[in-house]
Design a protein around this ligand. Structure first.
Ligand code: NAD
Ligand code: ZN
Ligand code: ZN
Length: 390
């Protein structure tokens, strides 16, 4: 049990300004999953997590899901700021709050988010905090024991017994929710639900087609069902995923490995195409299919994350002639303080099946293997469970 151990922080020496860099005097030495170099398998390392400073919160992590974005980090697909402390779909208990923190207190059950809205940027000031252009994270750095600064994935880094975040990254929710399920709202499941409910503005009677039925796509299906869509089509290459799509409420499924999915979606929507098409893969070919599988004046939502090299080519006349809306979905356009408590209520009432996203629970040592299972399409979410006895 290394969870609660306190250790002296390493000496940092003189900073660029010439002043002695003042770091927290003590730090918690815990285990964390670190990606040291591009493409290299992740390792479990001892890390130092500082005590919370002003505006910061120390969270004792209970559960953290494995998201495709963690793998993107490991593969250098996000940026080159190795070493990364991975993990960002987490729930846990507030252990300690720093000076000035009023929004949460020790013992609160929280979901950690990557949208701590600033309230002051041009988007917040225009009343659109879900696009906040200046979201913030903890100021102090978590490090390896030798003092090497870690880059926490999405400003979180929750494949660790404890993590340090900004207070605004903690959303208090009903503690009756299972941490394994609740934590998933911290990223992929919220992104998918929001792609339907918020970005796509799916409403009663709509037809919706979701391309890619992984964790994000299945959540988009669940969101479309919650919104009252009458036709909900799941499209995937993998039969197992299509079965899951049905379990989340898809009324129809399309196997994109056999035949043209655009024609299939049109066939299932009276020859017209769906009112809302959601791309949840991150693939230009799929994006194009979703573009053409829309009805006239329909909405295309892009929630899958592309790599910088990906390109799309479309005849401008089709863009114009088909009308409607093309909308990228950052984190499902969610506002954690508004949306997490509502979704947890729906979960506790049995109206949103978050438990079904939890394919398996693992320990910190199992993250590398979980990446491989994700690549083989065997899971929706592997969830690291921390705490008791670890
Ligand atoms: N926008 C956001 O804020 C946000 C948040 C979290 C994740 N994401 C992104 O969403 C995407 C999906 O994430 P996930 O965790 O669900 O991944 P996943 O790997 O679990 O799911 C992807 C699914 O797409 C399917 N697929 C692959 N190629 C396909 C094709 N040609 N046609 C149809 N289906 C195909 C796979 O079989 C798989 O079921 C990723 O790009 C991820 O980075 C975005
Ligand atoms: Zn802002
Ligand atoms: Zn994620």
């Amino acid at each position: 049990m290394q969870g609660g151990q306190k250790a002296e922080s390493p000496e940092r020496g003189i900073g660029a300004s010439g002043a002695l860099e003042k770091e927290a005097e003590v730090a918690h030495e815990v285990r964390g999953v670190v990606a040291r170099a591009k493409g290299a398998p992740v390792t479990v390392e001892q890390i130092l997590v500082p005590d919370p400073g002003p505006g910061e919160v120390l969270v004792s992590v209970q559960a953290c899901g494995v998201c495709h974005t963690d793998l993107h980090y490991r593969e250098g697909g996000i940026n080159n700021d190795f070493p990364f402390l991975l993990g960002h779909e987490a729930a846990g208990l507030v252990e300690e709050v720093g000076p000035g923190v009023k929004s949460v207190s020790a013992g609160d059950f929280v979901i950690v988010n990557w949208r701590a809205v600033c309230g002051q940027c041009r988007s917040c000031l225009r009343g659109r905090p879900w696009y906040c252009f200046a979201t913030h994270n903890a100021t102090q750095k978590m490090t390896l024991v030798d003092g090497t600064v870690l880059s926490p994935a999405l400003g979180i880094g929750a494949f660790a017994d404890k993590t340090l975040v900004a207070a605004g990254q903690c959303t208090k929710v009903d503690s009756r929710a299972r941490p394994e399920a609740a934590g998933l709202l911290g990223c992929g499941v919220m992104a998918g639900l929001g792609a339907s409910l918020l970005t796509g503005e799916v409403s009663r009677g709509d037809s919706v087609a979701v391309f890619g039925c992984g964790g994000v796509g299945c959540a988009a299906i669940a969101g479309a069902v919650l919104a009252g869509a009458t036709t909900v089509i799941g499209v995937d290459l993998d039969r197992r995923k299509l079965e899951l799509a049905r379990a989340f409420g898809a009324t129809d499924v399309v196997d994109a490995s056999s035949g043209d999915p655009v024609e299939s979606v049109r066939g299932l929507t009276g020859g017209n195409g769906a009112d809302v098409c959601i791309e949840a893969v991150g693939n230009p070919k799929v994006m194009e299919q979703a573009f053409y599988a829309r009805d006239l004046a329909g909405t295309l939502v892009q929630v899958g994350v592309p790599t910088p090299e990906m390109r799309m080519e479309l005849p401008m006349i089709d863009f114009f002639g088909r009308g409607g809306r093309l909308k990228p979905s950052w984190y499902g356009d969610c506002l954690p303080s508004r949306d997490f408590p509502v979704l947890i209520s729906l979960y506790l009432e049995g109206r949103l099946d978050l438990d079904r996203f939890v394919s398996e629970t693992i320990t910190l040592d199992g993250v590398e293997e979980a990446f491989h299972r994700m690549e083989r399409g065997e899971v929706l979410r592997s969830v690291v469970v921390l705490g008791s006895g670890s």
